[in-house]
Design a protein. Structure first.
Length: 287
């Protein structure tokens, strides 16, 4: 296999990776940095860093490169985990290659993980990661990584919606926001019980520019519950909002520990706490 060339935005590794599932060789694409490629914009309520297109490089979306995907069997994981799939799961993962491909085929009619990635490969990579982390043990905190992947997939589907309104990408974004909300809250629960610890996860994101750590996970779990939690039962909804408010209150707390936390996160956490409180008040008054 010859080394692939990429573009002024990205480059391919000189040495090939070997897929642990199907043993195919491929080259990993990496984002180039520097020289004004990344023109940072605002930080959203969801702790997503937006980037402004530059005149020289155009639009750059760092998120599309973070998941390593085997172009042959579509096994996918974050790079630090890619070769860590347990040996007793390799056969099952190989058998599920067709299912992984059928997962993304209805959304994207053509994908190419051998050339420079576009938005569709980026979004698809997170869906494939969500599927592939089913093969990982508790020690690798797969539930959180599935939740993070669902959140980033939602972000990219929203980007698609901005580019192609009317194509139902906003509907897909909402589906993955809901998945992310469920998985984030489950990850916090698992961390609390010791089933899947978050302390061993290298970067808790949620985006790439800054690691907001465990507080960021608490914040996102509460935010996702606030915006995308179930609405089917009013009593259950109020209780879920109360839990979310308690969760986000753990972030700003009191004293020195609070002062050392990122100001942007503290400000957004306080705003979210107030918004959830207002929503609870409105719902209880209407009962």
């Amino acid at each position: 296999m010859e080394t692939k060339s990429a573009s002024t935005i990205s480059f391919f590794s000189k040495e090939p990776l070997v897929c642990p599932v199907c043993e195919s060789k491929f080259y990993k694409e990496e984002l180039r940095t520097g020289r004004g490629r990344l023109n940072a914009g605002e930080l959203t309520e969801e702790l997503r860093r937006l980037y402004l297109p530059s005149q020289k490089y155009g639009e750059v979306v760092p998120l599309i490169y973070t998941v390593t995907v085997c172009p042959q069997c579509y096994y996918a994981a974050y790079l630090t985990d890619f070769n860590e799939i347990p040996a007793d799961m390799l056969e099952r993962a190989a058998e599920m290659a067709g299912k992984r491909k059928s997962l993304v085929a209805p959304i994207f009619d053509s994908l190419d993980f051998t050339g420079p990635r576009g938005l569709k490969e980026g979004a698809a990579s997170y869906l494939l990661a969500m599927s592939s982390y089913d093969f990982f043990p508790d020690e690798k905190s797969p539930v959180f990584k599935q939740g993070l992947s669902a959140l980033r997939a939602a972000w990219l589907f929203n980007t698609f919606h901005e580019k192609f309104p009317g194509e139902n990408y906003d509907y897909l974004a909402k589906i993955f926001y809901r998945k992310a909300g469920f998985l984030y809250n489950l990850a916090v629960e698992y961390d609390g019980t010791g089933k899947q610890s978050l302390t061993e996860v290298g970067n808790l994101g949620p985006d790439l520019d800054k690691n907001y750590g465990y507080d960021g996970v608490l914040y996102m779990s509460a935010l996702l519950e606030y915006y995308y939690g179930t609405e089917e039962d009013e009593e259950k909804r109020i209780k879920s909002l109360e839990r979310a408010r308690t969760t986000v209150a753990r972030i700003f707390g009191m004293g020195k520990a609070s002062r050392e936390k990122p100001g942007s996160l503290l400000e957004k956490a306080k705003e979210l706490h107030a918004a959830i409180g207002e929503e609870i008040k409105r719902r209880t008054e209407n009962e």
